[in-house]
Design a protein around this ligand. Structure first.
Ligand code: GLA
Length: 727
């Protein structure tokens, strides 16, 4: 059993293979956090300290004991209003206008299997793979109760958290802040690692010491955003890729979020992750309930590589779903950078034909095939095939492409609408807009009110109408702006709209998967603007960035790898000069970089030389050979491309028998020094043969001294070495 309850001291212990998480119901019924870290068997209530601390309030029932204060004690779900003045997980505005809540332990239940969350994505597991702990906390005065859910997946070293709020009182209360997970540390000096960026340059890595004064990341955009990723890592100051303690918190949610880390007055650290609190005010009336989205927690005592691998394995095997979850995905060619809006059925067919000859397996027709859509100023919302532009019905185009032995995929942006569209002209009130105010435009488009079921129903039917026209095997689900003007005509409680919007999005995606279980979905939001664990539940791959420049991709994919599996990273070879940067990078290098993801192309093969076409054939053959290792092996970051002129990474099969090293030297210099890359994760004492050279190496030598990357002329040279263990 992975969840234990010790009756006498009321201590809950969650055990995974390598970690322990412990909490205690104290003498007053507060749920205190005791410990999260490497596996241990003891009771950790000795860690709590009590002292009379000035200006730190005491709960009334502590009587004259001035040493008991929520302001100093580590907690599982700190509430505003209990005398804890740190950032809270839970803030309620009560029916009488007062703020605050005082939650005390009521009951608990330990169950086999992993809890699910209605309408929201969550890690799943077979009955025998997981345990659930539900702890019910209640405030008898306000009649608010909160059930904290803990999911334990012992084999994966994963603990998940979520919370359900219920209300049984009179009038209306407003949830002003609900965070899904709180990690309180009574001691320790930590760094916080977060992932910031912008459109076409997502998930840069920032590591800073946790200090006094909160460090807050988040998104107010209604999507998880390019600007900050909904994930936080807390690491010991000395922690590296290969050593030291570190913790990850990843939010399984695709809307606005907030992550906060702060050292308090007693040098204790608190980390919170959950919904964005700005503009959030969720009403509950008697009998109402609200679910906080899930947070996935994991811990590694051997550094960041293992921490990432825990998340990769969990997301790949227990969050992604569907037919393609474990399959190597079809190699695709996407029409976007090949022709943008300027195409016809004939030119799409030509692209497909050329691509098929090179070994590509699927043609994706990107934006521009519907409504009046020859640029990005009109047509969104009108999901009717533009047969005039295509020159034929969609069905017959698909048949012809299938006839080439190719699959067919298509692009949609279901959540968006242009003012210049028939849909908007018919239903101007379906867009998020504040009455009497001109809305904020972005890419000249507005956002449909997906908090409304009638809107979701309509778009769903329209899109099914397209999908039913032929054998469509892939959808790229795009979303090309941030939300604003979040006013819905369906409610007078506008503080719920952004959350309800995300529920509407998930409802749509769930219905789509039910109706078309074999379709592969790829998420996208101007590239990686909604690259989060929530989307992975529906879309097992996500277009990582609109930036296809291989040099920038080294950094973007490096940052992404901290939280997400390579099998989820949409990555394509594109033309040069690169359309986002103007940079010219060798074809071979573009191929190696794109291989660290779901491989594909985003170019017009007609414009390539014979030599390049031959290279495509070879790249696809190599990808096919290595893809199972790339997608299912353990991923190691070997260098930090932000710090070194070498980007290097590696895939090692679970049994250590196969190793694929990929590397790019971004800059050469006169009289070049050799670049050595140290391999990781090899079988100790093993002997490995490198395939191309036939050379044999001892594992320790490769891991300790490394291997020199041959010196070559020219920037951006790529290297790929495949090793097999021979003894
Ligand atoms: C977004 C996507 C691109 C492409 C365009 C189409 O920017 O990220 O890949 O699909 O939209 O408009």
């Amino acid at each position: 059993m992975s969840i234990l309850f010790e009756e006498k001291k009321k201590i809950f212990t969650l055990q995974t293979q390598g970690t322990t998480y412990q909490m205690q119901v104290d003498r007053y019924g507060f749920l205190l956090h005791l410990y999260y870290g490497p596996k241990t068997n003891g009771e950790m209530d000795y860690l709590l300290t009590f002292a009379d601390r000035g200006f730190s309030g005491n709960p009334y029932d502590a009587g004259e004991d001035r040493s008991y204060s929520m302001d100093a004690l580590p907690q599982e779900f700190p509430c505003q209003g209990t005398g804890d003045y740190r950032s809270a997980a839970f803030l309620v505005k009560n029916a009488d206008g007062s703020y605050g809540c005082d939650l005390r332990y009521q009951s608990h239940e330990i169950r086999k299997g992993k809890y699910a969350i209605p309408g929201l994505p969550a890690v799943y597991a077979k009955q025998e793979e997981a345990w659930t702990l539900e702890i019910v906390l209640k405030d008898p005065v306000t009649k608010v109760s909160v059930s904290l859910f803990y999911g334990v997946l012992p084999e994966l070293d994963i603990i998940t958290r979520s919370a359900k709020v219920e209300y049984a009182g009179g009038g209306t209360i407003y949830l002003e802040k609900v965070q899904s997970a709180c990690l309180d540390f009574v001691s320790g000096e930590y760094d916080v690692i977060s992932f910031y960026g912008r459109h076409a340059m997502e998930r840069n890595v920032q590591r800073t010491p946790v200090c006094h004064g909160a460090q807050v990341i988040g998104s107010r955009r209604g999507t998880s955003s390019h600007q900050y990723n909904p994930m936080l890592i807390l690491a010991d100051r000395e922690a590296t890729e290969d050593a030291g303690s570190c913790y990850a918190m990843s939010f399984v949610y695709s809307g606005g979020f907030q992550g906060e880390v702060e050292k308090d007055q007693y040098e204790q650290t608190r980390a919170l992750l959950g919904l964005q609190e700005e503009c959030f005010s969720y009403p509950l009336q008697a009998g109402g309930q609200f679910w906080a989205p899930e947070v996935v927690l994991t811990y590694s005592k051997t550094g960041l590589a293992k921490l990432s691998q825990n998340l990769h394995e969990c997301f790949r095997t227990h969050l992604c779903r569907g037919k393609y979850k474990d399959c190597v995905r079809p190699v695709l060619l996407n029409s976007w950078e090949a022709s943008y809006f300027d195409f016809s059925g004939e030119s799409i067919y030509r692209l497909a034909k050329q691509a098929a000859e090179l070994g590509v397996e699927m043609l994706v027709m990107d934006d521009g095939w519907f409504g009046k859509r020859d640029d990005d100023n009109s047509g969104l919302g009108d999901w009717d095939v533009n047969e005039e532009k295509l020159g034929e019905p969609l069905g017959s185009l698909i048949e012809k492409i299938n006839g080439l032995g190719m699959k067919f995929g298509i692009w949609f942006e279901p959540e968006a609408v242009n003012e210049d569209s028939d849909l908007f002209r018919a239903h101007p009130d379906w867009a998020l807009r504040i009455p009497g105010r001109d809305p904020v435009r972005s890419r000249n488009q507005l956002v449909l009110d997906f908090s409304r079921k009638d809107v979701v129903d309509y778009v769903f039917e329209k899109i099914c109408g397209v999908l039913d026209q032929g054998n469509i095997e892939y959808i790229k689900w795009d979303m090309n702006r941030s939300l604003s003007d979040c006013y819905s005509r369906n409610t007078c409680d506008q503080g719920r709209v952004m959350y309800d919007y995300v529920l509407g999005l998930y409802d749509f995606l769930e219905r789509l998967l039910k109706r078309y279980p074999d379709i592969l979905l790829e998420g996208c939001s101007g590239g990686g603007g909604r690259f989060d664990a929530g989307m992975l539940y529906y879309t097992p791959q996500i277009w990582c960035s609109d930036n296809t420049d291989a040099a920038d991709r080294l950094k973007i994919q490096y940052g992404t790898s901290f939280g997400y599996p390579v099998s989820a990273v949409g990555s394509h070879v594109s033309a040069v000069p690169n359309h986002q940067t103007g940079r010219v990078i060798p074809f071979h290098t573009r191929g190696i970089v794109a291989m660290a993801g779901t491989f594909g192309y985003e170019l017009d093969p007609e414009k390539l030389s014979e030599e390049e076409k031959q290279e495509i054939r070879e790249q696809i053959a190599a990808y096919k050979k290595y893809a199972p290792l790339i997608h299912r092996g353990n991923y190691f970051r070997l260098t930090n491309p932000f710090a070194r002129e070498v980007g290097a990474w590696e895939f090692v099969s679970k049994d250590g028998a196969e190793v694929l090293l990929q590397a790019v030297i971004t800059q050469v210099h006169g009289n070049m020094t050799a670049n050595y890359v140290r391999l990781k994760g090899l079988t100790e004492g093993g002997v490995y043969r490198e395939q191309e050279s036939g050379k044999v190496y001892a594992a320790e030598a490769l891991m300790e001294a490394g291997i020199p990357l041959p010196i070559q002329m020219g920037d951006y040279r790529a290297y790929q070495m495949y090793f097999t263990r021979i003894s």
